[in-house]
Design a protein around this ligand. Structure first.
Ligand code: PLP
Length: 390
């Protein structure tokens, strides 16, 4: 006997993984340089050199038992101090080390927060297009996922549609800005309107409706765009941050949850996050990486390569006649599929060894996603094929 829901999740690989594996198989046949794989959001710029320097210094200077030993479940104090200091300096915020829980990246942090907020009949709203893993995370926590479409074509939040989706069971709204897959960065106006709406709804229902702010791309912004620090705009915000993209460390599994003191029931929610993480098997985040973040929390990525790719791919697609909003953040383009059927378009592209992810799992079946964290050469090679495909 086994759990059938878990089986179904494990047996059906995500569409993104499926394409990625297909790309590897094709690379073995036609050569890696001939597979134009835009499927997976694996950073293509190296971590800042200070990260590897920090690893070397820590290994040289610190007792090995300490480097590789268990840390406190909520994370090393020095790590939490370094993160709090950095956030306070950047945003003029008042983050304290005891408000931070060092986790193993955004995915397990979101899972812990959702379990921490899970109540019978609880609901969580996501804005489509959305990161497909939100569905198993929310449903795995025993809550219902409600999907509300974004305001197309700019992918900001459609407040009227969102309001229609919030009811007395709503525990949280997950937002992700800069956004995967649309690249959207929410404007101050959008965030202020969201905060007003959620304040009104919290009052109406007599309980807080939290924002869960999923922020792996916070530092990945272009053209002078600014990703706001959401707790400064809406008090009942719980932040799930990750260094996977900002420091190109996705395989190392490190990030944090921030529960601001100003949030409703903040002490209880923080304890519930710790309890939920414990129940899900969290022991501590990787000790070596915690020590790296204690030294590197203030580092920012050099975005020149992503920016160059973003501009070249966006311009090339627009010139070819594709409909695509210019993204200001993350490393994705979300493109309207010619003919309106992204699955059919993806299959057509696949036949040319051009791998694009249809938007169905993101809640938008007429769009496809391109990850531009690839080489510039790949973008140049792909544009003639995109022109032919339209
Ligand atoms: N949330 C979003 C929107 C993502 O795009 C990703 C990864 O691609 C994650 C969460 C998970 O990131 P992590 O590697 O930190 O678990």
């Amino acid at each position: 006997m086994y759990n059938h829901t878990a089986f179904a999740l494990g047996a059906n690989r995500s569409c993104i993984r499926e394409l990625f594996e297909y790309g590897r198989m094709r690379a073995g046949i036609v050569g890696a340089e001939n597979v134009l794989d835009f499927s997976l959001g694996n950073p293509s710029i190296p971590s800042p050199p200070e990260v590897n320097q920090a690893i070397e210094e820590i290994l040289k200077d610190t007792d090995s038992l300490l480097v590789h030993g268990y840390t406190s479940a909520v994370g090393d104090l020095q790590t939490r101090q370094a993160i709090a200091a950095d956030l306070n300096e950047r945003y003029d915020a008042s983050v304290a080390p005891e408000d931070l829980f060092i986790g193993c990246g955004a995915a397990p942090e979101l899972t812990a927060v959702l379990h921490a907020l899970a109540i019978p009949q609880g609901e969580v709203v996501v804005i489509a297009p959305f990161f497909p893993e939100y569905r198993p995370f929310v449903e795995g926590a025993g809550m219902t996922l409600r999907i509300v479409p974004a305001d197309i074509p700019d992918f900001q939040i459609d407040m009227a549609a969102l309001e229609g989706c919030i009811n007395s069971h709503t525990q949280a709204v997950i937002i992700n800005s800069p956004n995967n897959p649309a690249g959207t960065v929410y404007t101050e106006k959008t965030l202020q309107a969201l905060a007003s709406l959620l304040r009104k709804k919290s009052e109406e229902f007599g309980h807080p409706v939290y924002i869960i702010s999923d922020e792996p791309y916070r530092e990945l912004v272009y053209d002078g765009a600014k990703a706001a620090f959401i707790p400064l705009i809406y008090e009942n915000t719980i932040v799930c941050y990750s260094y996977s993209k900002s420091l190109s460390l996705p395989g190392e599994r490190i990030g944090y949850v921030y529960v601001p003191k100003a949030a409703a029931d903040s002490a209880q929610v923080y304890a519930a996050v710790c309890g939920a993480a414990r129940r899900l098997g969290h022991v501590c985040a990787p000790s070596l990486m915690q020590k790296v973040i204690a030294r590197c929390a203030q580092l920012r990525p050099d975005l020149q390569a992503y920016d160059r790719n973003r501009k070249a791919l966006w311009q090339g697609l627009v010139d070819a006649g594709y409909e695509v909003a210019k993204p200001e953040g993350a490393f994705y383009l979300f493109v309207k599929a010619p003919g309106g059927d992204a699955k059919a378009f993806s299959e057509k592209a696949k036949a040319r060894d051009l791998l694009v992810v249809p938007g169905d799992d993101f809640g938008c079946g007429s769009y496809f996603r391109l990850c531009y964290c690839v080489s510039y050469e790949q973008i140049q090679k792909s544009l003639p094929i995109f022109r032919e495909l339209i």
